[in-house]
Structure formats: C-alpha cells, structure tokens
Design a protein around this ligand. Structure first.
Ligand code: NAP
Length: 299
C-alpha cells in the first residue's frame, strides 16, 4: 500500500487515468493538476491548480509519457489551462521528492539536475519498453493493413533494428505468415535473427535487401532509410517508421519518389491506452513503494 505518500499527477492523457486509478486503489494521496475537465471523480484524489498547490509535502511528481516540452509545458488533455513545470516549483518540494516521466529532454533533465531532484525515465526501463512493444506491434499491424492492398501473410517485410520493439515486430509479423528479414549491425543480433528462424542481413547491406520489400518497418532512431535506400525499393513499398521523432527515414525523398512513408509515434497510447496506462501504473506503483520504504528508513 502507498498510504502516507502524497503524489502530484501533472497532466497527461487517458493512460494517466490508469495511473490515477491504481494509485488511489493503493491509498496514495493524489493531487491532480491539469484534470479540471475530467468528469470522473477518484476517491482520495483532489483536482488542483499548479500555482495553488502546496508542494512542500509532495513525495513524487508524475509527469505524462512525454514529460515536458522544451519550455517546460506539460501536455494536458483534460484541461485547457497552461501547466508549466519550473525549477521554482521543484525547489518547493522536499529533497526526497522524485520526478517520474516517460521520456525526458534537456529542459527536464536540467531543472531536475539543478534542483537536485531524482528523475526517473520510465521508458528507459527494459520492462516498460518490452511490455510497451506489445501494443506498438498491434498498432503497426493496424497501419500495415490500412495502407496496403495485400495480406501480411506471404508479404516481404524488412524490419530494421533488433531492439525491444524490433524483436517483437519481427516475431509477430513472422507469426502472421510474412517473410521477414531483419537488419542489424551487431553479430549477436544477427545470430538471434537466425535463432528466430528469420533471415538476417547486416545494415551495411540495407540497399540490397529492400529491392523486393512490400513493407519496411524501421525501429532505429537514426537516419537509416536514406534517399539512396529508398531509391532501391519497389514503388509499392510501404515504410512504417516507429522510431522516435524525427524517425529514421528521408520522408521528403520518399514523397518525391511516390513511396508511402509514415512516421507512427505513440502507437500504444493510440491503439491501447488502457493497457499502456496499466503498464505504466504497475511499474510506477512498484517504484513508489520503494520510495515510500526509503523515506521511512531515512526518518
Ligand atoms: P532499443 O531497444 O534501444 O532498440 C534500438 C535498436 O536500434 C537496436 O537494435 C540498436 O542496435 C539500433 N540502433 C540504434 N542506433 C543505431 C544506429 N546508429 N545504427 C544502427 N542501428 C542502431 O529501442 P526500442 O525500445 O526497440 O525502441 C526503438 C524506437 O522505437 C525508439 O526510438 C523508441 O522511442 C521507439 N518507440 C516507438 C513506439 C511507437 O509507438 N512508434 C513505441 C515504442 C518505442 P544496437 O544495439 O546495435 O545499437
């Protein structure tokens, strides 16, 4: 149980409602900032304005998956108010206050570092990334079905990258009957592709391996699907770029060549916000329990 822990949930989308649900079940005291248009009332949670909340007894700040933008603005789907997390707000929190965010940027990194507050980036954790790859793959399947006129079964699919998302994508498309090749640069990744019963290729030979692709799915957050690579693809190839913005594809050139290339960020929040929220809520509740135990030990 999280009894005695005071947590400020600042902004977010439908995923954050699962976090609120779970943390109220665990008896945490919640202050919700950026939720004024939310009809649902949660017992033990009160809606607050950021400039009126007393931060002096806040044990944890929970930000949305996106964290803040480069000026500190926090995305608030359930409010029209402007919510900005500043270093002055952080300075009002107790020293042990921990900030939880999906991802971070230099603004958030800097204010936490300067304010000496611990920042936990949930999406950097393997458990969150692996579980999140499940709704990401389902969203990818949805996009491929929507944007092609052939079955996935029997189609030629090239997956770029064998990280947490790439592995789930490759395995699932193969299970659907696609002929899957996977491009990677590490020999252990290429060996894993062999073990999975798929066709490996080194990324240095990418151009050779896209000449028969029906679908190319990129998971590498680096310019990898260059104009030169795109020029070797058949014109009917569909490129789905899952890598974080700006993706790894030369979208300008793809458009010029008449190849459909789609950047598809945030699929878990789009196709399965409830599951995506539960993934975050489960990990977060575990981390908050550790925070509570540490706080008690240091009293
Ligand atoms: P990951 O586990 O770190 O995997 C990244 C892969 O990219 C690894 O195979 C890595 O290989 C490779 N890579 C990185 N830089 C490279 C480079 N310069 N050249 C060649 N290969 C390179 O990351 P992940 O969790 O799979 O996530 C992949 C991307 O998808 C991230 O950008 C993430 O933000 C994004 N994502 C998107 C969604 C969505 O909804 N669209 C959902 C979840 C995640 P090495 O080991 O050789 O470096």
């Amino acid at each position: 149980m999280l009894t005695g822990l005071h947590i400020a949930i600042i902004g977010g989308d439908a995923r954050q409602l699962e976090v609120v649900r779970k943390l109220t079940e665990l008896d945490a005291k919640l202050s919700l900032i950026g939720f004024d248009q939310l009809d649902h009332g949660f017992t033990g949670a009160s809606k607050e304005q950021i400039d009126q909340l007393d931060f002096s007894d806040i044990d944890a700040l929970v930000l949305p998956v996106s964290g803040t933008n480069s000026e500190g603005h926090v995305e608030t789907i359930f409010s029209n108010e402007t919510v900005i997390l500043t270093k002055e707000i952080l300075a009002k929190t107790p020293n042990h206050c921990t900030v939880y965010s999906g991802i971070s940027n230099s603004y958030l990194d800097t204010i936490c570092k300067e304010g000496k507050r611990n920042l936990v980036k949930l999406f950097e954790r393997d458990d969150v990334a692996i579980l999140n790859s499940i709704p990401t793959v389902e969203g990818t399947i949805m996009m491929v079905i929507q944007h092609t006129d052939s079955t996935i079964h029997n189609s030629n699919v090239a997956v770029l990258g064998l990280g947490r998302v790439g592995m789930s994508v490759a395995r699932t498309f193969s299970a659907l009957g696609a002929k899957v090749k996977v491009g990677a640069r590490k020999s252990e990744h290429l060996a894993r592709v062999v073990e999975m019963g798929l066709e490996p290729f080194h990324l240095s030979e990418l151009e050779k391996h896209v000449t028969d692709s029906d679908v190319v799915i990129n998971t590498i957050p680096h310019q990898i699907v260059t104009s030169s690579v795109i020029s070797k693809m058949p014109t009917h190839t569909l490129i789905i770029d899952l890598a974080s913005k700006p993706g790894g594809t030369d979208f300008r050139y793809a458009e010029k060549r008449g190849i459909k290339a789609l950047l598809a960020p945030g699929l878990p929040g789009i196709v399965a916000p409830k599951t995506a929220g539960q993934i975050l809520a489960n990990v977060l509740s575990q981390l908050l329990l550790e925070l509570l135990n540490n706080r008690e030990e240091n009293k």
